[in-house]
Design a protein around this ligand. Sequence first.
Ligand SMILES: Nc1ncnc2c1ncn2[C@@H]1O[C@H](COP(=O)(O)OP(=O)(O)OP(=O)(O)O)[C@@H](O)[C@H]1O
Ligand SMILES: [Mg+2]
Length: 291
Amino acid sequence: MTEHVAAGFGRPGERLLELTGVTKRFGGLTAVSDVSLALDAGEVVGLIGPNGAGKTTVFNLVTGVYQLTEGAIRVTGRAAAGLTPDRITALGIARTFQNIRLFREMSALDNVRVGFNLSNNYGVFAGLFRTRKMREREAFVEAEAMKLLHTMGLGDLAHEKAGGLAYGPQRRLEIARALATGPRLLILDEPAAGMNPQEKDELAKMIGEIRRSFGLTLLVIEHDMKFVMGLCERIIVLDYGRVIARGTPDEIRRDPAVIAAYLGADEPVPESAPELGQASASDASRAEVAS
Ligand SMILES: Nc1ncnc2c1ncn2[C@@H]1O[C@H](COP(=O)(O)OP(=O)(O)OP(=O)(O)O)[C@@H](O)[C@H]1O
Ligand SMILES: [Mg+2]
């Protein structure tokens, strides 16, 4: 790969992320309660649970969007408390959002460029006079951004406005932009939401490919059981902010506490069920933009 795009996760087995007794309260509501979990380099872990279980809040705590109420988070061994989202990005964590956040008026290519330029720092003079170094850097970024777009199946859409893309390509574009920051750990919040079954299969393949080629570690929130259980080696289940189960996909499917949390019934968790919050029109209506 390149100087900028992830050069791999380093030592296999290195602890990339560790949450210890993490609690987040919003006023009287405890959204995340005493959650401990760890991710080692190279793992692919799913975080599942019913709507409102606290999954996105965990991601927001890990990425510095929210501050902890109690507990500790360590990123590559360093205490992450109080770090801003851009510092967390610099430590090698990138994410996508449940509610897609793209610059809608910008092209797909420019959205990915933004990811590269998060770490870009030209001096004032370079900005005024467009030094040769700056032009070289721009050409490099454009070529790398195009490679990422191709990787995510978006090569032909590079010059389309992000806001004009269909839902599936928008989600893939968010992944391309996240990859541009050179992450070691990529965390995806409902990457398959709003996609049809064929798009989900293609996405699963792409995620497998980027995992291998970028040496990524992955933490994935997803309601589609077939998708998440096919992708992840290990799954952690949240309910009402607490971890209620951990295990392999097979163990999780048969876990009575998980079955009760999802269905309130004594049946195995189905591979896909609308009541698990599967992709639906409401996902599309949640799409929003921060630009
Ligand atoms: N900024 C906030 N202020 C107040 N309450 C919040 C905030 N963010 C999340 N919550 C609440 O915390 C709880 C957990 O929300 P969270 O979004 O983490 O759930 P989730 O597991 O991601 O659910 P979903 O599957 O629906 O996305 C919910 O009750 C939610 O309303
Ligand atoms: Mg969520």
